[in-house]
Design a protein around this ligand. Structure first.
Ligand code: G1P
Length: 269
């Protein structure tokens, strides 16, 4: 059973300034709700029940969003505003809990995931990066399909998407040995590299921020040295994991598309 998902929310949001100066970037609204709520809903729809936020000082709004707001609830109830009341009271269905841990220093994504190790324990778990929104459009190509692939293969799953060549240096890039991977299926990964130059990128298949990983990754992260951007990179620990056991890529899309949206992709790096 997969029940735990780690969602790192400790970033400073520098790529979306000034919007994220006083408001955590995860709380910025997309259509009618904050980004983080879209991501948590994707996790819940895929069956996850323990949502582990890796957060930092100054980002309490994210935890508050998933907590009760008794005064507001009482006021909406008193006024008979049932739909609004439900929209704030029922964000988390019964049986789903949000737990938070802190990342004391901004040492990179790999370090953020490692901060959740005491809660993850010995279980396989998922990681979802909230700067990517997956427009599933009912096609079962989100965390649900990855969880199914994990169940069948027993291997870690990484969601990928084809991106234009000039964008590969913004992402972790996987090498699937040129195998044509179709959406909804999984292909073995041969290697991966974090933010490569266009010239050295093994493909244009970018990691889009959805992972299902074995607990073993935590031990590997402990020994991972800073890499690209002088940060402890999850991709580097995954490369080590690859040499021990397999990992598979689950494509969302193999053609360049806008369906999985990197929220900061319009920003210069
Ligand atoms: C992180 C990961 C990278 C992945 C990207 C997706 O990078 O390290 O492998 O492709 O998220 O958004 P970041 O955007 O945090 O620099």
């Amino acid at each position: 059973m997969l029940s735990k998902v780690v969602i790192p929310v400790a970033g400073l949001g520098t790529r979306v300034l000034p919007a994220s100066k006083a408001v955590p970037k995860e709380m910025l609204t997309v259509v009618d709700k904050p980004v983080i709520q879209h991501v948590v809903e994707e996790a819940i729809a895929a069956g996850f029940t323990e949502i582990i936020l890796v957060t930092r000082s100054g980002k309490q709004a994210i935890e508050d969003h998933f907590d009760h707001h008794y005064e507001l609830e009482a006021e909406l109830a008193r006024k008979g505003k049932t739909a609004l009341l439900e929209s704030i009271r029922d964000i988390l269905p019964a049986g789903v809990e949000v737990i938070s841990v802190r990342q004391p220093k901004a040492l990179g994504l790999g370090h953020a995931v490692l901060c959740a190790a005491p809660i993850v324990g010995n279980e396989d778990f998922a990681v979802m990066l909230p700067d990517m929104l997956i427009d599933n459009a009912g096609q079962q190509r989100d965390m649900s399909s990855m969880a199914a692939a994990w169940k069948t293969s027993g291997l870690g799953q990484i969601m990928v998407e084809g991106v234009p060549e000039d964008q590969v240096q913004r992402y972790g890039i996987v090498d699937c040995a040129g195998v044509a991977v179709s959406p909804g299926e999984s292909a073995d990964i041969r290697g991966m590299v974090e933010k490569p130059d266009v010239a050295s990128a093994p493909s244009n298949l970018a990691i889009v921020g959805r992972y299902i990983l074995p607990a073993r990754i935590m031990s590997l992260l402990k020994d991972t040295q800073p890499g690209a951007g002088d940060e402890i990179q999850l991709t580097d620990a995954l490369q080590t994991l690859l040499s021990e056991s397999g990992l598979q890529a689950t494509p969302w899309q193999v053609n360049c598309s806008t369906a999985a949206t990197k929220l900061d992709c319009y920003k210069p790096m």
